[in-house]
Design a protein around this ligand. Sequence first.
Ligand SMILES: *Cc1c(COP(=O)(O)O)cnc(C)c1O
Length: 237
Amino acid sequence: MLILPQNSPINADLSAQLASVRAQIARAALDAGRNEDSVTLVAVCKGQSVAAVQTLARLGVEHFAESYLQEALPRLQQLAGAELTWHFVGRLQANKTRAVAGHFSWVHALDRARIAERLNAQRPPSAPPLNVCLQVKLAADPAKGGVDAAHAGELAARVRALPRLRLRGLMCMLPDGLAPAAQSAQFQAVQRLQAQLNAAGAGLDTLSMGMSGDFPLAIRAGATMVRIGTALFGARP
Ligand SMILES: *Cc1c(COP(=O)(O)O)cnc(C)c1O
C-alpha cells in the first residue's frame, strides 16, 4: 500500500482544501438554519490517486464517489478494508450494473427502470439493500442523464417495489453555465419535487446535489449530500 509521509506537501494541500470545504458547508448550513451534520460530504475521487484518497480518509472523510467503473475497481480493491462507504455517481449502462451492485453502497444517477431492475437482481444476497437516488433532469440537456420531473413519481414507485434497492432520494447535476440565481432556482425545484414525492409517500431522506462550483447554493436549497471533487483534490490530472 502507498502511504504518504504525514507532512508531505500534498497532505498539506488536501488538509487545507478539506478544511475550506468543511467551513463552507458549515456556513451554508448555518445560513439555511440547519446543522452542518445534516450535510454529508462525498469526495469524488475520479482521476485521483489511491494515496490522496487515503489521506482524506485519514483526515476523517468516510464517503467517496467514483464515476468511471473501469478506473474505480482497482482502486476499490486497493482500499478494501479501509471501512469507507463507496458511491457510484456516474451514468450507469446495463453492462456495468453487476459490478456496481457488488461493490458500491450507493448509486446516485439512476434514471431508468431497466437499470433499477438489473441492480435489484444483481445485488449480492449477503449485502444490505443498495441505496439509490433518482437523477432528475429539470431542463433539456442532451449531455446529461436524468428522468424528467413528470416521470419521477412513476420511476420512484417502480424502484420502491424492488426489495434489494432502497430508494433514498433525488440527485441532480445542473447544466453548465447557469448564473447563481438560476442554479438556486433549479435546486429549489428539485427540493419541491422531493416534497411532492414525499407527500405521496415516497419516504425520501436524501437530496444529492451540489458540486465544487455550486455546493453552498445547493445546501441552502436543502442538499443533504454534496459531491465534491475539484475543490477537495484540486484540478483533475
Ligand atoms: C465529477 C463529478 C462530481 C464532482 O465534480 P467537481 O466539480 O470536481 O466537484 C460530482 N458529481 C458527479 C456526478 C461527477 O461526475
